[in-house]
Write a protein that binds this ligand. Sequence first.
Ligand SMILES: NC(=O)c1ccc[n+]([C@@H]2O[C@H](COP(=O)([O-])OP(=O)(O)OC[C@H]3O[C@@H](n4cnc5c(N)ncnc54)[C@H](O)[C@@H]3O)[C@@H](O)[C@H]2O)c1
Length: 260
Amino acid sequence: MSKGVAAITGGASGIGEACAREFAKQGYEVAVLDRNIEGAERVAREIGGKAKALDVGREDEIEAVTAWIEDTMGPVEALVNSAGIIQVPVRPSDLPMSVFDDVVRINQRGLYLCCTSFGHRMVTRKRGAIVNIASISGMVSMPLHAYGPSKAAVVSITECLAAEWGPVGVRVNAVSPGYTLTPAVQGAIERGQRDPAQLSQSAALQRLIDPSEIATVCAFLASPGASAVTGINVPVDAGLLCGVTWTQYGGMRMPLSNES
Ligand SMILES: NC(=O)c1ccc[n+]([C@@H]2O[C@H](COP(=O)([O-])OP(=O)(O)OC[C@H]3O[C@@H](n4cnc5c(N)ncnc54)[C@H](O)[C@@H]3O)[C@@H](O)[C@H]2O)c1
């Protein structure tokens, strides 16, 4: 039996694509939303969902696409906001404010508008769950002066809306991925902007994350299994937050054979 409609922004690639596939696997009818319509159509075709062009930086498009999904597919039970852009790790003096504004417009303002556009309809029905993709970059400082604050804002938006809509049963949670091997990160590695060995070595699990490992947590947060969970931020970081300060002590070490 169908679990109803799930809308996934940024569904054409990476974490959003993995969410589209996981939600389809778990029995949702998935609306794959992305400004890359060819990519969205490819994913939708493969999972038997529907694709729609959406630039979350465009307020008018968000409302129109929300109405289109509800009219043609039915009420949205789950929304994952994964659409987002990264930035080059530069000094503030080398960060054009046009880049800063784009990051805020898409990662923060766009995500908030998607939450309210879909969320207001969920509130009317008194049911629904939203999962916002934040980042560990919003939890510890990195040389990402636009991206990091935009992701900290995602956590704050999540908490505010969870408290606002909790009384009618609409849940809002965030997932903060660590370094996840998506086309965005792969591209940064290929351009020499990120080093995969360095990204892995600070994490307790000593590896990058597969997008599917983010998607399963998002699906859980949207599911009835998480019916008492709202307003939280779940790091899915391969143990980066607990391991990152160990570099000051020489880094991670293998347990001795008599300890394992
Ligand atoms: N990959 C990581 O290591 C990592 C870590 C932490 C957080 N995140 C977050 O996860 C989310 C997905 O990132 P990813 O690594 O899968 O990237 P990705 O580039 O593989 O996928 C992002 C998708 O979002 C779409 N998109 C970008 N701007 C958009 C807009 N204005 N409107 C609609 N769609 C838009 C892109 O077309 C693309 O399909 C982002 O919010 C990112 O900040 C990623």
